[in-house]
Ligand binder design. Structure first.
Ligand code: NAD
Length: 289
């Protein structure tokens, strides 16, 4: 591609495959739990944490085989992983998952609260069941897992050879923690809730050297939003919202999660890190306004 084309924002650029940096063993000796780790972003996060040396719990609720596949891939590369079935919205199942993790791995250093769903409807047609289900998984699920992790981080404290911090919680939020989303009120409410839950929790537990941060993806190519990227027409429509003019890939998010899990980000606490190709830059104002 010549520079002239490159400088023309109307010329669609090909989707970019990021070059892969060699792992730096940033998370050696650390124990991580990733919820919803058998698909999409969670799968990529589990693989990246393992590549950096963490032992990983691959949480799943459906499709055991895909969770086993993630575990197998981690082990093939020399890492340690186990799959644990648990519904993050159910207190007893979350407690049992953490108990099993502590039995097998001894402790937890990194929690990635990733599991999430959408159940869309016009507001006046949304059922209470749809509302409760999305809030139950996306917000209460994050609360239940963060609470178990925080209890263990406080009990154990900092282990200097492992990390500067007593523990790290990384939440998968969304650009919709700040962008309103008509037709998806339950989802936007859940992510807005994650934002203030995390910032309040970060404030509360910072003195214990526990760090709590969110990653806010824009549009990432996963099953959750297949309708938005699967056809050329849908993809073209989506690009109107993304100044960087490409969809995000799960690995774009995992690299940010690895950074937030590592001591490289030791002074980051209570942040919402937007990884969105500029979706939160009000692209409608590029020519309007
Ligand atoms: P995905 O559908 O591929 O993954 C969601 C995962 O959550 C799946 O593994 C699913 O089985 C799991 N899950 C659902 N309910 C669960 C429950 N009750 N208990 C345990 N696990 C459960 O979609 P994804 O895009 O990888 O989504 C991951 C996270 O990223 C979600 O929190 C989502 O809101 C967030 N996110 C995604 C995008 C995007 O564009 N893909 C954008 C912003 C935020």
């Amino acid at each position: 591609m010549n520079p002239e084309q490159h400088n023309n924002p109307d010329t669609p650029l090909p989707d970019v495959v990021m070059p892969k940096c060699p792992p730096r063993n940033l998370l050696r000796g650390q124990k991580a739990l990733v919820t919803g780790a058998n698909s999409g972003i969670g799968r990529s996060v589990a693989l990246h944490l393992a590549e950096e040396g963490a032992d990983v719990v691959v949480n799943y609720i459906f499709d055991e085989q895909s969770a086993i596949d993630v575990v197998t891939e981690i082990k093939r590369k020399g890492g340690q992983a186990i799959a644990i079935n648990a519904d993050v919205s159910k207190e007893n199942q979350v407690k049992a998952m953490f108990a099993q993790m502590f039995d097998e791995f001894g402790t937890i250093d990194i929690l990635v609260n990733n599991a999430g769903i959408q159940s869309d409807a016009a507001f006046d047609e949304m059922t209470l069941e749809q509302w409760n289900k999305v809030l139950g998984i996306n917000l209460t699920g994050q609360f239940l897992c963060a609470r178990e992790a925080t209890r263990e981080f406080k009990r154990r404290g900092v282990v200097r050879e492992i990390s500067c911090a007593a523990g790290k919680i990384i939440s998968m939020s969304s650009v919709h923690e700040v962008i309103p989303w008509a037709g998806h009120v339950n989802y936007a409410a859940s992510k807005g809730g994650v934002m203030l839950m995390n910032k309040s929790l970060a404030q509360e537990v910072a003195p214990y050297r526990i760090r709590v941060n969110s990653v806010c993806p824009g549009a990432i190519r996963t099953p959750i939003n297949r309708d938005a990227w699967e056809t050329p027409e849908a993809y073209a429509d989506l690009m109107k919202l993304i100044p960087y003019n490409r969809i995000g890939e799960p690995d774009d998010i995992s690299r940010a999660v690895v950074w937030l899990a590592s001591d490289d980000s030791d002074y980051a606490n209570g942040i919402s890190l937007f990884i969105d190709g500029g979706m939160t830059l009000y692209p409608g104002f590029t020519e309007g306004g």
